[in-house]
Structure formats: structure tokens, C-alpha cells
Design a protein around this ligand. Sequence first.
Ligand code: FES
Length: 155
Amino acid sequence: MEHAESHGRRRLLNWFLGTSAGALCASLVYPVVRYLSPPTVPETTTAQVEAGSTMDPDLVEKGFKILRFGAEPVILIRVSETDFRAFSATCTHLSCIVEFRKARQLIWCNCHNGVYDLNGRNIEGPPPRPLTPFEVHLVSGGPGQPEKLVVSRKA
Ligand code: FES
């Protein structure tokens, strides 16, 4: 009788230690597995971005400004009073952010001296591909107000 009781306690103790060790292992392994295979969350897509007035001081003085198009930086360039262009601002070489050199009328990447023309074509330096173009729309800003700029993806 006493032997059967001792055997039962030993089984209970073994079960308890076994499940505790299992739970400990699971609590250590689960976060690592979740980290290595995160759930797939679809990235939100931005259809268009309002980019302010055509008379924005950055556009008038520097000739460009950087916008956020969702998670993507976009460079908006003022070529003239009526000619505005937009491209992905991420250099196609190693992903630095490009800028506009107003004096030379070129898009320039200062990381490795990459140069793009005003159509976004890579023309000098290491960038292997053109910049992705975006569409720029001029929208009425209301009576007596300068027009507004809206940037959208090319269809
Ligand atoms: S990252 Fe732009 S030229 Fe290298």
C-alpha cells in the first residue's frame, strides 16, 4: 500500500517536473520563433499626397522638398512656375536620399556622387537605375490663392 502511494507521488512529481520543463522550453523558444517569422502585415498603400502650395518657400528658394508618400520619401522639384516633377527620393545605388541641385538643374546623391537628370534618368556615377517617377497635379487653391500640388503614383 505504502509502495503504491510512493509510486503515485513519484509519477505526479515526474509529471509536474516534465510539464514545467516543457513550459519553460516553450516560453524560451516561442519568442525566438515569432521573431524569426513575423506575421505578414500588408503595407498600407498611399494613393496621393497633398504637397502644399506652388509658392512653398522651400520650392521657390531651394527648388525642391522631400515628401513622405506613405513610408516612401519622394522628392518634389520645381523646374519652373508651372513645371513640377516628383520622383522616389531613394537613390537606386545604396538607398541614400537624393536632393536637387538648383544651379545645375540635376538630381544629386551626395553619398557617392550619383547624378540623375530632370526625368529621373541616372546619368553619372554608380546609380544603376532611374528614379521611379510620380505624377504631380496642380489643383486650384481657391480665389486669389496659389495653386496646390498633389502627388500621386503613376498608373
Ligand atoms: S547611394 Fe546614391 S550614389 Fe550611392
